[in-house]
Design a protein around this ligand. Structure first.
Ligand SMILES: Nc1ncnc2c1ncn2[C@@H]1O[C@H](COP(=O)(O)OP(=O)(O)OP(=O)(O)O)[C@@H](O)[C@H]1O
Length: 655
């Protein structure tokens, strides 16, 4: 153990030790050594801080907030007890408070650039680019700083840009879509979202599941398409989310037709199907490069992206770079859901502004759209970006026990969450269930339950229809059935993780006469982007025989298109998908969900994970977990360090 952080070689040794113990990854000591080699005068403290910054990046943080981190390092690191003790011992031995670390950062050196507050992005500065950036409070890896700066600049400028498409008939059409504004109906938030988004360069519409985000977008699209024809693109981070968006929009077309509003249905029919964000941006297999960027921008007037909570920091920056300033960008999402696996929680950061409007905006909404805002939401200093975030409150799809559970999780109310689950076990409430995996037959029980549920989705595997039309209908039916149930796991590896559960399901459910991975009825998860084949990382397919009896993988492509069919060889490293991680299930919904949490604590167990898992279920949710761990899980939430909210909302103190 070093006696002072001044000792560079001791710091490097310590990082090696911590890597060997499994507390740090391989990159942390490698980066520290690389920095030390390139700058012989580098402050030893900086080597330590750089290693911690890389480590925290792996946990989703886009920068190291130095004061916040040193106030409670173990809260952010979530290390095992022994590692925590070693860290505390190290910090105690160095005898230095946060000031010492800050002093090393202020002193800087050849590896560290200083960019305080609003200084311009590094690429526009003279001189070589440093790998690290210090903004007076946070230490960043350069690319995260640049992306953060870009996201903040772009969102602020887009939110203040007016795209003038308002037509005289727009207010009348808004009334036709939502009824008169004075009725103070539940759709008032949706009406406001449409009015605010109609002319703004950037809008974010947030709300929980079933709050009507897609319903609102369908009506906004009608409003905009009626004012002027425009090129529209719809996208979502996963293929499944894109499909759900299409299905919800199709529902709005049907609603219009049912009401006799054929002209509105026709306008909405002109909107092309949603695609994955990676496809839209032109992802290339095997590289992180995208075809569209600031030099080869997308060519749309309006871009709507659903499930935006899943968009990580660098992808959001790439999306903004590739979207021309004259285009309208609308994001939809639920900030309470899990952020992406990769670093960043952009959607949650954009939602940290106040729900306030300027008196000028209020006056404009009243005059042109007939919408009256509550006076307590008016502030003279409301920023354009604060006004660009619309929150939809009530849920139209979701009520009953699952909704109650989701609300209790979102507010971190452990007592209520435990109460709802515990009551379900005794009352036998069919929408909620709970199994203690440690109790006697607990494990056998939930595995049996999972097997039974999967078998029931696969009852029609035989006989395989030989006629083309019957076969096509059979494929659709089985794809739909396979989507009714899913096992979700918090972990990837181990007996409680996706790998263990999938192995077990395969052993139980593979039909006799088959060996290996390819057999009828196997649900599969695509692991890489293959734009030529038309499948993307996260897509879910089902293995079924074609009319000739050859095994193929079928993928649903929504109500309008026939399912996609691919030969198994084409998919390469696809895995079984009886069980998915909660992360992979984001953007999908199932009638029934069985969530498996490990009995031991793990840093991945968080309030957001639980909320995301519960809100995947439409009819039935069963949790496999010891109830007493739920309090700890709910207490772990929303702690991704980033400077984005501060940059986005400088007028709001306390970020
Ligand atoms: N104002 C409204 N009046 C009547 N029905 C509505 C209204 N808003 C939404 N709905 C209905 O509520 C259901 C959920 O709406 P929608 O799919 O738009 O929610 P969402 O927020 O996009 O949900 P998710 O995040 O789960 O995709 C749909 O059936 C929709 O038709």
């Amino acid at each position: 153990m070093p006696h002072a952080p001044r000792d560079r070689s001791r710091i490097l040794e310590l990082l090696d030790d911590w890597h060997r113990a499994g507390w740090l990854g391989p990159l942390e000591p490698v980066l520290a050594r690389w920095l030390a080699e390139r700058d012989p005068d580098i402050a030893p403290e900086l080597l330590f801080l750089a290693a911690i910054t890389v480590h925290l990046e792996g946990l989703g943080h886009t920068g190291l907030d130095v004061p916040a981190f040193f106030a409670q390092p173990l809260y952010y690191l979530d290390w095992p007890e022994q590692a925590g003790e070693a860290l505390e011992e190290f910090l105690a031995q160095t005898g230095s408070g946060p000031e010492t670390w800050q002093a090393a950062l202020i002193r800087g050196g050849r590896m560290l650039a200083q960019h305080h507050d609003c200084s311009p992005p590094i690429s526009s500065q003279r001189g070589p680019e440093t790998p690290l950036v210090w903004d007076g409070r946070r230490l960043y890896l350069r690319r995260h700083f640049r992306d953060e700066w870009e996201i903040a600049r772009q969102l602020q400028s887009r939110a203040s840009t007016t795209v003038a498409y308002f037509s005289e008939g727009s207010a009348t059409l808004l009334t036709r879509l939502f009824g008169p504004a004075s009725s103070s109906s539940a759709g008032d938030g949706q009406r406001l979202a449409c009015a605010l988004a109609a002319e703004r360069g950037f809008t974010l519409i947030t709300g929980g599941p079933g709050s009507g985000k897609t319903y609102t977008i369908a009506r906004l699209l009608v409003l905009l398409m009626q004012a002027a024809p425009r090129r529209v693109a719809l996208a979502a981070p996963t293929g499944k989310a894109a499909l759900r968006m299409d299905t919800a929009l199709r529902q709005s077309v049907d609603d219009f037709v049912r009401r006799g509003d054929d002209d509105l249905a026709d306008l909405l029919r002109q909107v092309p199907p949603a695609q994955t964000l990676h496809r839209l941006l032109g992802a290339r297999p095997g590289t992180r490069r995208l075809r569209h960027d600031a030099h080869r921008p997308l060519n749309f007037d309006l871009l709507v992206v659903d499930e935006a909570s899943m968009i990580q920091h660098d992808l959001m920056a790439a999306l903004l770079r590739a979207t021309p300033a004259r285009s309208q960008l609308i994001l939809l999402g639920d900030p309470d859901q899990l952020a992406s696996v990769e670093a960043g929680a952009v959607l949650a950061e954009i939602c940290r502004g106040r729900a306030v409007y300027s008196p000028a905006t209020a006056e404009d909404l009243k005059r042109r759209w007939g919408i009256t805002l509550a006076t307590d939401s008016l502030r003279d200093d409301a920023s354009a970006l604060e006004e660009a975030v619309v929150r939809l409150g009530s849920s139209y799809r979701f009520d009953g026990p699952i909704a109650k559970l989701a609300t209790a999780i979102r507010s971190g109310d452990a007592e209520r969450v435990i109460g709802l689950l515990a009551a379900s076990a005794t009352v036998g409430d069919s929408a909620l269930g709970w199994i203690d995996p440690r109790a006697g037959a607990g494990r056998a029980n939930f595995l049996e339950l999972a097997e039974r549920a999967w078998r029931s989705t696969q009852t029609r595997l035989e006989p395989v229809p030989s006629g083309e039309t019957e076969h096509a209908a059979w494929v659709r039916e089985l794809l739909e059935a396979a989507d009714t149930f899913r096992i979700l796991c918090a972990l990837r590896e181990g007996p409680w993780g996706v790998a263990g559960i999938n192995a077990r399901m395969t052993a139980q459910l593979r039909p006799p006469g088959y060996s290996g991975d390819w057999y009828p009825g196997r649900p599969v998860l695509v692991r890489r982007n293959d734009p030529i084949a038309g499948v993307y990382n996260g897509d879910l397919g089902l293995v079924l025989p074609d009319t000739q009896g050859r095994l193929q993988v079928y993928f649903s492509r929504g109500p309008q298109l026939a399912p996609l069919r691919l030969h198994p060889r084409r998919l390469g490293d696809a895995t079984s998908a009886y069980a998915l991680t909660v992360h992979k299930a984001q953007g999908s919904e199932f009638q029934r969900v069985l969530l498996i949490l490990p009995p031991e604590d793990s840093p991945v167990l968080s309030r957001e994970l639980l909320y995301t898992a519960v809100t995947r279920a439409r009819r039935e949710f069963i949790a496999v977990t010891p109830l007493e761990t739920l309090g700890r899980i709910l207490g772990r939430h929303g702690r991704r360090m980033s400077g984005l909210a501060t940059r986005l909302f400088p007028e709001v103190s306390g970020h």
